[in-house]
Design a protein around this ligand. Sequence first.
Ligand code: B12
Length: 213
Amino acid sequence: MSAEEIFEKLKKSVIGGKRKDVAALCTEGKGAGIAGKDLLTKGLLPGMEEVGRRFRCEEFYIPEVLVAARAMHAGLEILRDELEKQPAAQVGKVVIGTVEGDLHDIGKNLVAMMFTGAGFEVVDLGIDVPANRFVEAAKERGAQAVAMSALLTTTMVNMEKVVAELRKAQFKGKIIIGGAPVTKEFADKIGADLYAADASEGAESLRAAMAAA
Ligand code: B12
């Protein structure tokens, strides 16, 4: 199969929630020497985008989205070792989580992988993480950065509380936020240090900010 065919099949398999096919295609692609980043950005992510479009148009409902998310995760697991390949030097420790009330974790997991690949040690708190857990984990683990993800307009507001509590607890590290509804303006408004639109940009800007600090 050509690379283009693999990308196309990957996209269709994510949309169809075909977990085993997604895993097999990622394995085949890797075996054929296709870069993990390409399998991600040309196959998996376009598939999830289409799922989002169909969900918006009410062609898809929660069950279809859930199986697609599961298929996406199966693909990410196959790509994990390549996306997380560490550079020689460690650049710091980052605590990451999806904010309270929010169960979306695909983007957060991708960001965690990219951070690992950029040389960060990642402490992943998972989903639906209340403000106090971000603060406790940052202090207990001695993190130099906190990263938050939100996919809902109703939960992104919880980021503001986390920023306020981190500042109150004298957290001196960087705070980076992201997720589909989040913007640079919002990050500025709530006092977060950094915003990035995607996982690789996030890893790059956090690395740059840490190097400058
Ligand atoms: C998959 C999905 C689900 C799955 C989640 C499964 C899982 N394990 O994650 C399930 C079915 C559970 C779900 C549930 C719901 N969902 Co939903 N879901 C989606 C969908 C289709 C895809 C999200 C996704 O994974 N995208 C792929 C990843 C890779 O992209 P991403 O998360 O955006 O991450 C990228 C960037 O944002 C960024 N990023 C993300 N986080 C961070 C963090 C940092 C620090 C940085 C730097 C960058 C960064 O990097 C990533 C890419 O590199 C979106 C549609 C969409 N277009 O986003 C709707 C969507 C987010 N969901 C939506 C809704 C409404 C819901 C529900 C309320 C539906 C319901 N009626 O119950 C529930 C809420 C559940 C809850 N409490 O959280 C709406 C949100 C609308 C809004 N603006 O508030 C969306 C936009 C769909 C829509 N158009 O209506 N959903």
